[in-house]
Design a protein around this ligand. Structure first.
Ligand code: BGC
Length: 469
């Protein structure tokens, strides 16, 4: 153990064995992100075939798409309560089981209404997973690896999206939407089995007075006595706060600040415009002059690959550069790429070279997101909440992630039609530029700082941008 300038124990996972244990545990928990990603990616490919089989129009199709996000918003909200009452691990298990069951229901759906019902259930499962996995990861990770380990969750989200894009492309020949929607049950079952082997969150155990069990888990995850003792002391101190969750929100203005910060961060993430590309990539390739379904499907797969590959940049940099420099870089890249794409649409995309540049801008935008706001926002949201309000705070920000996701997805086509193509991309460019300012002004740098220290500064009333380092 080494002492930091703040006099706190540094939680290095000292022994290779301990490090392996932490990473393995985190990988399994992060697999929950796979479900999240599979679900975001799967519907764009399946929808045309579903529409054909059930003879449904635009409005019913919108319902089929958005029912999942509505379910996810409520799943996230409810899982705050569940993760507190029964614990993080059982919550993840319920999410995985529900996901498997709901995928099966969707694939056997005999009417559009049953499909919508199945997608609401699927959404609830995704909401549970998208809330609980980053929370659990932040609670078991040693702080020197926390950023990278929470990024694993985002990596799995991107792998899930790519896997869904690939499976869409594979099944598109036969048009078998039932298989497209059904195969995603298999990874959910695998996750359920993996989860059986995970330890419970030591912080949750202590919040239930089960200190001996918490100590055993920490012994395994930290591997050195002194770190374990320090961490347990710090958690115990924080648990002395009288109110929890909603009560804390009502009674404590400092906690309200961290909740609003989490909500703002998730709104920022969604208003970068990422899901506009995820849901409408084929359409955007169409705007860039790629008309054939074949080109558009493969273009979508390339988007998925760039999304996964660029997430590794974030994993490599997050605990070295810190969260804020990465966010500045990402928002700048995204703003520039979208502004250029808008300008090209304004002038008109004609001929091979301009088509290639337009697609390059789209991919640069994706890379900018995946190396920054994708993982960083989830990391920050899991880090900034005090322990007694962590479930409530993260549930609120995750809920808003899904609400903002739905709004961005549902307004894109309308924006294109009312504002115009170029103007829509410029609007998103301006928002990305504005997020640089918001980051400077309100976002803390949490690199290498213990969750306990972040909490102390938040509760002492320090300005938000200073509750980290
Ligand atoms: C976002 C999702 C998005 C995904 C793309 C996640 O961080 O929350 O809305 O679809 O990244 O990789």
């Amino acid at each position: 153990m080494s002492a930091t300038p703040h006099g706190l124990a540094a939680n290095h996972a000292a022994h290779p064995h301990t490090r392996f244990h932490v990473v393995l545990t985190s990988v399994i928990a992060a697999l929950a992100g796979l479900l999240f990603g599979l679900d975001i990616g799967v519907i764009s490919g399946a929808l045309p075939f579903i529409a054909k089989q059930f003879h449904v129009g635009d409005q019913m199709q919108e319902w089929i798409v958005s029912s999942m996000m509505v379910g996810a918003a409520f799943g996230a909200l409810g899982s705050g309560w569940m993760a507190k009452a029964i614990g993080r691990k059982p919550s993840l298990m319920i999410g995985a089981a529900l996901f498997a069951g709901a995928s099966a229901l969707c694939s056997f759906a005999w009417s559009p209404e049953v499909l919508i019902g199945g997608r609401v259930l699927l959404g609830i499962a995704v909401g549970i997973a998208s809330f609980t996995a980053p929370l659990y990861l932040s609670e078991i990770a040693p702080r020197t690896m926390r950023g990278a380990l929470i990024s694993l969750h985002q990596l799995m989200v991107t792998v899930g999206i790519l896997a869904a894009f690939l499976s869409n492309t594979a099944f598109s020949g036969s048009g078998d939407w039932r298989w497209m929607l059904g195969v995603i049950a298999f990874p959910a079952v695998a996750l359920l089995i993996g989860l059986l082997f995970l330890p419970r969150s030591p912080r949750w155990l202590m919040s239930k007075g089960r200190n001996e069990e918490a100590e055993k888990v920490l012994d395994r995850l930290r591997g050195d006595r002194k770190s374990v003792e320090t961490e347990m002391r710090e958690i115990a101190d924080q648990l002395k706060v009288e109110f929890q969750g909603w009560g804390l929100f009502r009674s404590n203005s400092n906690f309200r600040r961290s909740v609003w910060l989490g909500v703002m961060l998730q709104v920022m993430q969604q208003l970068t415009g990422i899901n506009v590309v995820m849901y409408y990539a084929p359409r955007i390739f169409g705007l860039a002059g790629y008309g054939s379904a074949h080109d558009q499907l493969w273009g979508t797969v390339i988007v998925g690959v760039v999304n996964v590959a660029s997430t590794f940049i974030a994993i490599g940099l997050v605990d070295r550069w810190g969260r804020k420099p990465i966010l500045y870089t990402g928002f700048s890249v995204m703003a520039l790429a979208l502004a250029t794409l808008g300008a090209m649409l304004h002038v008109g995309i004609t001929g091979g070279t301009s088509q290639i540049i337009a697609v390059a801008m789209l991919l640069i935008f994706i890379a900018g997101f995946a190396m920054s706001a994708g993982p960083m926002i989830w990391i920050l949201c899991a880090e900034i909440q005090p322990i007694k309000g962590r479930d409530f705070g993260i549930a609120a920000s995750t809920f808003v992630n899904w609400v903002a996701n739905t709004i961005a997805g549902a307004t894109f086509l309308t924006l294109l039609n009312t504002l115009g193509h170029a103007q829509t991309f410029w609007l998103y460019a301006v928002m990305n530029a504005a997020f640089i300012l918001l980051t400077i002004w309100l976002v803390p740098e949490t690199k290498g700082v213990s969750l306990e220290q972040i909490e102390r500064k938040l509760m002492a009333g320090e300005p938000l941008r200073r509750i980290g380092q």
